[in-house]
Design a protein around this ligand. Sequence first.
Ligand SMILES: *Cc1c(COP(=O)(O)O)cnc(C)c1O
Length: 399
Amino acid sequence: MSALYGTYARSDLAFERGEGVRLFSQDGAEYLDFHSGVAVNALGHGDPHLVATLKSAAEKVWHTANTFTIPEQERLAQRLTDATFADAVFFTNSGTEAIECAIKTARRYFWDKGEADRYEIIAFTGSFHGRTLGAIAAGGNPSYLEGFGPPAPGFKHATPNDLDSVKALIGPQTCAILIEPVQGEGGVTAMTTDFMQGLRRLCDENGLLLILDEIQCGFGRTGRFFAHEWAGVTPDIVAVAKAIGGGFPLGACLARGEIAKAMVPGTHGSTYGGNPLACTVGNAVLDRILAPGFLDHANSMGQRLAWHLQQLAQRFPQFVVEMRGKGLLAGIKITPPVKDFVTRLRDDHKLLTIAAGDNVLRLLPPLIVTEADLEDAMARISAAFTAIEAETATAPAVD
Ligand SMILES: *Cc1c(COP(=O)(O)O)cnc(C)c1O
């Protein structure tokens, strides 16, 4: 009996060691990791630069409060703003806190302008923004809201890739639109370029802020630093986490300077957020992701993965219904129940993957994945499909 909350449907599998795209379990079995701890291990496992950085950081100051200057935090913020649309950064320990900060920043911006009634945010069905009371209200997934009292007010939900559904919800109280450019957990749905540009236009026409949740799709996962770059839109606020710490808990809310300026002393805070240890690791992750050629590699691997999945779909049309996603945030909607299929891949073929909504098999390899790893993963998925085929062929007919 475990002493933990029963909030996760856990497997007994425990890992001891990792190396690049591979994980080794306590009993010595080798697994191919196309899960990356839900898009966190962008640099895979045991990246030498991250390991060396963390070891040397352990000899220095681990933590000081945000009442003092934290040079590594200043440096990480400067580098993030240099590389992106943003002018100001607030550091958190997780994605859901980055979303909380984004929501508070947007509301406070309007409050500061004397428009306190403008607090409503248009979010989307099928989205996921985290597990705080604010984030579950923003996500709107009924099964995550159930049993936790009245949802936090101020969120409405439109349909992804349907601009009319967004227009219909805009009213005098609307302050922002909040969207994942590629929905992760909801089913790996990529927003179209037209739709993203349409949202930017709607925001401009109505004086709204465009808030992007790039917690899963950002930090190189789609082959650009941010997924929204593909659509050529400029957001006002972006929440990031997951890959930003490469496995060390870290998140951030990035904003344009004019918008962040309403967040004055006392409006927000976090004890751990952006502490020296976390930001030292964050800087090391950024060293690797911004190094020449890194994003090009992630991009070309994303294209190769799409090509491989297409081959798979042609070979197994009875199992693969549709291809989803963008770059190395890829998915295939399949006919076999996806949770069972993820278990089968893990136990019988030593391939780690993750399920997403709408019966989608989600593939999130580390961004350092190679062509050989992609081929290896495809061979394992093919073997799993072939095994299901064989089982169905030999199963006794049921009347
Ligand atoms: C994982 C995720 C979150 C929540 O991040 P946590 O670190 O689990 O709080 C929010 N939004 C998206 C898109 C995510 O993938």
